[in-house]
Design a protein around this ligand. Sequence first.
Ligand code: SF4
Ligand code: SF4
Length: 95
Amino acid sequence: MSGIPTTSLPRINADRCTDCRECIPVCPRDAIIEPLNVCCAKCIKYCATLEVDCKPEKPAISVSLCDGCGLCLDACPVGAIEWSEADATGSAGQR
Ligand code: SF4
Ligand code: SF4
């Protein structure tokens, strides 16, 4: 046990998400970020530690803006948004 307090925050399962973007306008805190039209292939070959997120094609939730209201889970038609434990650093991760 790490002793780091945890809290539940939503996370988008990128494998299930269809990129319909219905969740984005529902969020009262603008915490769901539209996918960037970024091609990570341009930089990943220079990233020795493979820290480049190569799934920019799906929305992502900003854990620093999200207050965990849960509205986006109800809005997602395919159940792609799930509760996830985030540690005290606010890191919930994305799939
Ligand atoms: S509503 Fe669900 S399927 Fe649509 S973009 Fe949001 S997470 Fe993806
Ligand atoms: S839980 Fe609420 S605040 Fe957080 S992303 Fe979903 S709608 Fe936005």
